[in-house]
Ligand binder design. Structure first.
Ligand code: NDP
Length: 229
């Protein structure tokens, strides 16, 4: 059975990954900050009692990452979805940025995914796959509208990290895919977003199924199209 670990699993794209991989028969380890408040995950757990495990994880908390390592003792992960993310200040004009605006977003979007992969490295099965949820906003080539300094910088940085992970983990056969999930209807994407979580996740699942080590380190749209850095 495929074991899949997902961060930020309580809402948005992470929740949809849980739903679809449960439907596919995976053993799902759903990580979120407050499992006891995660009503939709709790409801899913009722219907998938042996298949869905809820684990408390704030990805910026080192002690909780250690707790996750302990929880996984003796177990292997086949698929790691690093999904949790933060946007930071929206619509802030140039001139009003402060250093502190970067701290939380960089911690969640950049530092934490690397710490997560480092913590789980010994638990990655041979030939495991890692999906890093980035964004087209991190593409320097694609930036035609400026602004969003914090979010853009964080997603450019996770792209750089993803590329290095792909190189460094390839001897173990681990394939790393860096995704733009599309503009998706979630709390972050907002109501005007172009696609549903169902369409986004179905697309990324298909890309992951098809991916091999030769594709590791690519920056891909949810439909598999390669994106410019
Ligand atoms: P949402 O804002 O809907 O959900 C964000 C998720 O991340 C929540 O589960 C949230 O948990 C979790 N999270 C935030 N901080 C932490 C933390 N410190 N520890 C653990 N979990 C945390 O976002 P989306 O579902 O839309 O986005 C998912 C990913 O896709 C993100 O990485 C985002 O940047 C990326 N993305 C999304 C796009 C979109 O259009 N929606 C476009 C491009 C990229 P909690 O409920 O506890 O806050």
């Amino acid at each position: 059975m495929t074991t899949t670990l997902i961060t930020g699993a309580n809402r948005g794209i992470g929740l949809e990954f849980c739903k679809q991989y449960l439907h596919e028969g995976h053993q799902v380890i759903a990580c979120c900050r407050e499992p006891e408040q995660a009503d939709e995950l709790q409801a899913l757990a009722q219907d998938h009692i042996d298949q869905l495990e809820l684990v408390a994880l704030d990805i910026t908390d080192d002690s909780q990452l250690s707790g996750l390592q302990d929880y996984l003792t003796g177990r292997q992960i086949d698929l790691l979805i690093s999904n949790a993310g933060a946007y930071g200040p929206k619509g802030l004009p140039l001139g009003e940025y402060q250093a502190e605006h970067f701290e939380q977003v960089m911690a969640v979007n950049v530092t934490a995914p690397l710490m997560l992969v480092q913590s789980l490295m010994l638990h990655l099965a041979q030939g495991a796959k890692i999906a890093l949820l980035s964004s087209k906003m991190g593409s320097i080539t694609d930036n035609g509208s400026g602004g969003s300094y914090v979010y853009r910088a964080s997603k450019s940085a996770i792209n750089a990290i993803g590329k290095s992970l792909a190189i460094d983990l390839s001897p173990k056969g681990t394939c790393v895919t860096i995704f733009h999930p599309g503009w998706v209807q979630t709390d972050m994407g907002g109501p005007n977003a172009l696609i549903t979580t169902e369409v986004s996740v179905r697309g990324m699942r298909h890309v992951l199924e098809q991916s091999s080590l030769a594709d590791s380190g690519k920056f891909l749209n949810y439909d598999g199209t390669e994106l410019p850095w």
